[in-house]
Design a protein around this ligand. Structure first.
Ligand code: KG4
Ligand code: ZN
Length: 317
């Protein structure tokens, strides 16, 4: 639906959420064999995200919790990405976390499932946004990250073609906007003077090679920041990798090597748990609820760009 617009159209997204959310619950209950009355906790993504879509989910979840007399909990979307790997393998705390998605690129220090501190963030575009916008300039459909990754697998990279932005100094923040602009102009230049346009094979190879160079520039930049974050937090030797861009094969390989060299461990969920999914929200909420956390039904939804308030309440266990 969003592909033809080259990005998510917020109004369409929230209308689709509204159209699907009721039938989805019915379908999930039918598949699981549970009755709605068996639900004693309702967890929902409260943000950061697109406000219209969040409001649909949050209003639905509040009504469901109220109707069932169940406990209610709003989950931080980014924390849920980090904790998702716990569905498949044991999480080790304290650890470092990296969320790289279409809307965010953040580095965290995690003391536990409920104590998560952001220590680095993107100053402009997120890594996934850079993949999607560069992909659009390459003529690929939205979201382009997975396609760039696939094309790159058969390409030969030029490590010097693109910059590694914002890697000098000691900041743990990212800035992918310069890399995006550099990549778009490098591609325009290459395709203007590059392969013979009549030779489709050489044009295709040029695209694959370019994707390989871009993939490498993103992965190198992220690895430089993670190395710095590990140096600043010498007591940590495991890293959770999460978010849609965590599905990127080169990034996974490079971070696995980086952690192995330090005798540490990369904890990365399988690809289906990397992109947005409801299971990670339910799981993160369940981890918090087990510690007694909940929200009153007045809880707010938080759009992208606003800090998620620390407003969970706790019942004595
Ligand atoms: O976490 P996610 O599903 O949604 C957001 O919360 O943003 O992330 C979506 C992003 C998109 O930008 C998409 O292009 C990117 O993840 N992505 C990838 C790959 N698979 C998805 N980027 C690079 N390589 C991939 N294999
Ligand atoms: Zn996400």
């Amino acid at each position: 639906m969003h592909g033809i617009f080259g990005g998510v159209v917020p109004e369409l997204a929230s209308r689709e959420h509204y159209r699907h959310i009721g039938p989805l619950l019915d379908m999930l209950l039918a598949q699981s064999g549970f009755s709605a009355q068996a639900i004693d906790l309702v967890c929902v993504a409260r943000g950061p995200g697109l406000l219209g879509s969040l409001l649909v989910g949050v209003a639905f979840a509040k009504a469901l919790a109220l109707g069932l007399g169940a406990r209610f909990l709003g989950v931080n979307h980014l924390h849920a990405h980090l904790l998702a790997a716990g569905l498949e393998q044991e999480l080790v705390f304290p650890c470092l976390g990296l969320v790289v998605s279409g809307g965010h690129s953040q580095i965290y220090r995690l003391e536990s499932a409920s104590e998560i501190k952001c220590i680095g963030r993107t100053l402009d575009d997120a890594a996934g946004e850079a993949f999607d916008k560069v992909g659009k300039a390459l003529g690929l459909t939205y979201p382009a990250g997975m396609m760039v990754d696939k094309l790159a697998a058969d390409g030969l990279c030029d490590p010097k073609l693109l910059p590694r932005p914002y890697t000098a100094g000691d900041s743990l923040d990212f800035s992918f906007s310069g890399l995006k602009t550099a990549a778009i102009s490098a591609w325009e230049e290459l395709s203007a003077k590059g392969a013979d346009p009549c030779e489709t094979d050489s044009k295709k190879q040029q695209l694959k090679d370019f994707c390989a160079s871009f993939n490498l520039a993103i992965a190198d930049t992220i690895c430089a920041k993670i190395t710095r974050a590990l140096e600043a937090n010498p007591d940590l030797n495991s890293l959770i990798l999460a978010g849609g861009v965590a599905a990127n094969s080169l990034l996974r390989q490079k971070l696995t090597d980086l952690m192995e060299k330090r005798k540490g461990r990369l904890i990365a969920p399988s690809a289906k748990l990397c992109t947005d999914n409801g299971l990670m929200i339910a799981y993160a909420g369940w981890l918090l609820a087990r510690q007694g956390f909940y929200h009153p039904l007045g809880m707010e939804s938080i759009p992208r760009g606003r800090k998620i308030p620390d407003d969970m309440l706790k019942t004595p266990l």
